[in-house]
Write a protein that binds this ligand. Structure first.
Ligand code: PLP
Length: 388
């Protein structure tokens, strides 16, 4: 390979981490504030305030010093106990992850919709809630394994009707698609820095309802490191976080939120939607089939498709990376070798997605999987221009 080319870092179309804007890179590396200084506290509190519209809430946003998995585990352990009975919506890898996390923490659960190709049937879900005498429910907003978007508002209504605590993983949805914490009746929602928030991995954020915070206030959390009551107390009393704050990650997310504010949140959502629709159209034109087959609500932050028989996905991924310096992802779990995942998440604009589609098409052509070139690109552009 050409040496100069080899030194260029690959452009990421992986469903997290995503490409980090230069502005975010510079903002996060420039200043080394002390985490107990007033200058830093002001930035922290102002940034947390400006995350509220992304969560669709007027509640305070709590920073949690860990990646998404750690934050989710911490939130479960603050809000739930072995006396709970939790329904876990498991129609994807990250839905299953919630069940596995509860299992390790001795919190009783029942799996619902244990297939990555099934959408939530709310009548069945309600039946299960009643049968199991459930006290809580977990669901993933946007499952990054299969691109299913779960009906959080409808599940929220069921949670309200049956007085359940409702905990949502929106790690790959927040900042890409609308999230309405207050309106949808969610009790805890968690996101992480490396997806819609366009920052390096390492910090998460949670919105917590009054009802869930009351539960936290009345008990000692299981585990020491993530203590939501203590995080809130530190913010309320001194505009700080417990322990040493990862200052540079906060500066990164602060700059990413500046960028989102400048573009306008609604425009950010519309950009994700247009890129998603156009990418899906291009992949179908290139001979791929959207995964799962029957799905009413597909993700705007990534596209998942079946790989046609005869295409060696390992060759495609390697060629795309080595020749064109573009990284996309294979599927997860049982679908690792049969599905492909392409993200249009966070710092991703039409020119980036054009580059991804053109180089994917070129790869398929280079490897002899297609005979003519241009179908993917023209389908992408037609759809994009129609939607935007
Ligand atoms: N939940 C979802 C939906 C995700 O996509 C991911 C990561 O890809 C996680 C949770 C885990 O987050 P992290 O990798 O930041 O621990």
């Amino acid at each position: 390979m050409n040496k100069i080319h080899a030194e260029r870092t690959a452009k990421l179309f992986t469903p997290g981490p995503v490409n980090i804007p230069n502005r975010v890179r510079v903002a996060s590396s420039f200043v080394n504030y002390h985490h107990r200084s007033d200058e830093f506290s002001n930035i922290l509190v102002n940034m947390l305030d400006r995350l509220k519209p992304l969560f669709g809430t007027t509640q305070q946003i709590l920073p949690i010093h860990t990646t998404g998995r750690g934050a989710l585990e911490g939130v479960y352990n603050n809000i739930l106990t072995p006396k709970d009975k939790v329904i876990c919506v498991c129609n994807g890898s990250f839905g299953e992850m919630a069940a596995k996390t509860l299992e390790r923490n001795d919190i009783p659960y029942v799996k619902a919709f244990n297939s990555w190709e099934k959408e939530v049937d709310t009548a069945q879900l309600e039946q299960l809630i009643i049968e199991e005498k459930a006290t809580a429910i977990t669901a993933v907003h946007n499952d990054t394994s299969n691109g299913i978007v779960n009906p959080i508002s409808v599940i929220g209504q069921l949670a309200g009707k049956h007085d359940l605590l409702f905990i949502v993983d929106t790690v790959s949805g927040l900042g890409c698609m609308p999230f309405k914490f207050d309106e949808w009746g969610v009790d805890a929602a968690v996101t992480a820095s490396q997806k819609g928030l366009m920052s390096p991995a390492g910090i998460s954020f949670a919105a917590i309802s009054n009802k869930a915070m009351e539960v936290c206030e009345n008990r000692v959390p299981r585990g020491f490191y993530i203590d939501l009551k203590n995080i809130k107390k530190n913010l309320d009393n001194r505009n700080q976080t417990p322990g040493t704050t990862p200052v540079n990650l906060i500066l990164a997310v602060n700059e990413a939120v500046n960028m989102i504010d400048e573009e306008g949140l609604q425009n950010v959502f519309e950009r994700h939607h247009a890129l998603s629709q156009a990418t899906k159209e291009a992949l179908v034109a290139l001979g791929f089939e959207l995964f799962p087959k029957d799905c009413g609500l597909r993700s705007d932050s990534l596209t998942v498709c079946n790989i046609p028989s005869g295409i060696d996905i390992n060759r495609v991924l390697l060629h795309l990376d080595e020749k064109y310096r573009i990284k996309i992802s294979r599927g997860l779990g049982d679908y690792a070798s049969s599905t492909l995942r392409i993200a249009h998440m966070g710092y991703c604009y039409v020119e980036d997605m054009l580059e991804c589609i053109v180089t994917l098409e070129a790869t398929l052509f280079d490897l002899g999987y297609i005979k003519t070139i241009g179908e993917g690109l023209s389908s992408f552009l037609r759809k994009y221009n129609q939607v935007i």
